[in-house]
Design a protein around this ligand. Structure first.
Ligand code: AMP
Length: 296
């Protein structure tokens, strides 16, 4: 689009500015900060859906300016995982971000994020242990590395993440506090399809039949959460979830676990806010979901 044509568009339809280098990102964010504006960051891996856009809308409520990053981060994928086939659609993402009110897209290349000779790792314990940390041992180190870089690159006042990736949210809160990174980390409840399935870029891997079966994961977790809140014994309830999702057509179940809502320490009785978390395979898609469990 020419700048002349862009100039005629109303603000809501202007193409979203994109930067690809740390220098260009910092130039824009510093200018906003000099003008007294607050800045929110919404990190994503792209292939955006309404869950991501809800984060952008929340970010707009929390800050004057919103930067969204789109970066499929290689360091959080193991070699056998779906880095290469992960869906990518920068043009589509850019239009969606603009319509949700994002002000700037940060879309660095892999080489810009991890230049030749890059040699630093970050290791997080505590909330990163168990659950996805067991089944995807590479993931939280990679997430901690890329999110730390994004925080230091963009220097946002606030960053918004989804509860859909609840363990990831707890890990990010933990390392941001541990490393004294001056950013407020905000969580947003999971955005779901009408039938309860958590929105996810990986839902694109589901066939029509698998898609029809997938919401049973959320239904099973919700029923289990009510039973646990009513005082039912955790081991029995968790076993019932496994049996129910297996019957619905889920293949391998990575985990179904009850954890403390803040520390993610394992719990067997719900005496303070807890979280029920699960990960299971439906065809080629590894689906995760979680629901709150509150004491009666
Ligand atoms: P991703 O692009 O999958 O790495 O996710 C980027 C951000 O969007 C993370 O903070 C996710 O937790 C969040 N997110 C993904 N799906 C949802 C959803 N269905 N509801 C709310 N947040 C989500």
């Amino acid at each position: 689009m020419t700048s002349l044509a862009a100039a005629r568009l109303p603000e809501s339809e202007q193409p979203l500015p994109v930067v690809r280098s740390v220098d260009d990102l910092r130039t824009q964010v510093s200018a906003w900060h000099r003008d007294g504006k607050t800045v929110a960051l919404v990190p994503t891996m792209g292939a955006l859906h309404d869950g991501h856009l809800a984060l952008v809308r929340r970010a707009r409520e929390l800050a004057d300016r919103v930067v969204s990053s789109v970066f499929v981060n290689p360091t959080q994928f193991a070699p056998h995982e779906d880095f290469d086939r992960y869906p990518r659609d920068e043009a589509g993402d850019s239009g969606k971000l603009a319509s949700a009110g994002c002000h700037l897209l940060y879309a660095p290349t892999v080489r810009a994020m991890y230049p030749e000779g890059f040699a630093t790792t970050i290791s997080v314990g505590g909330p990163a242990e168990g659950l996805c940390g067991t089944f995807r041992p590479q993931m939280f180190g990679g997430v901690a590395l890329v999110v730390t870089k994004l925080f230091l690159q963009a220097q946002p006042d606030v960053a918004v993440f989804g509860e859909k990736d609840y363990q990831q949210l707890m890990v990010i809160r933990r390392f941001a506090r541990d490393l004294d990174i001056p950013v407020r980390v905000e969580g947003l409840p999971t955005v779901r399809e009408a039938d309860g399935l958590a929105m996810s870029s990986r839902n694109a891997y589901l066939s029509a039949d698998e898609r029809a079966r997938a919401p049973e994961l959320n239904r099973a977790l919700l029923d289990a959460a009510s039973a646990l809140a009513g005082g039912a014994e955790a081991a029995t309830v968790l076993e019932a979830v496994r049996a129910r999702i297996t019957a619905a057509g889920f293949g391998s179940i990575d985990y179904v676990e009850l954890r403390d809502a803040d520390t993610l320490a394992p719990v067997t009785r719900v005496e303070r806010p807890a979280r029920l978390l699960a990960a299971a395979w439906m065809g080629k898609a590894r689906l995760i979901d979680n629901v709150p469990v509150l004491p009666a």
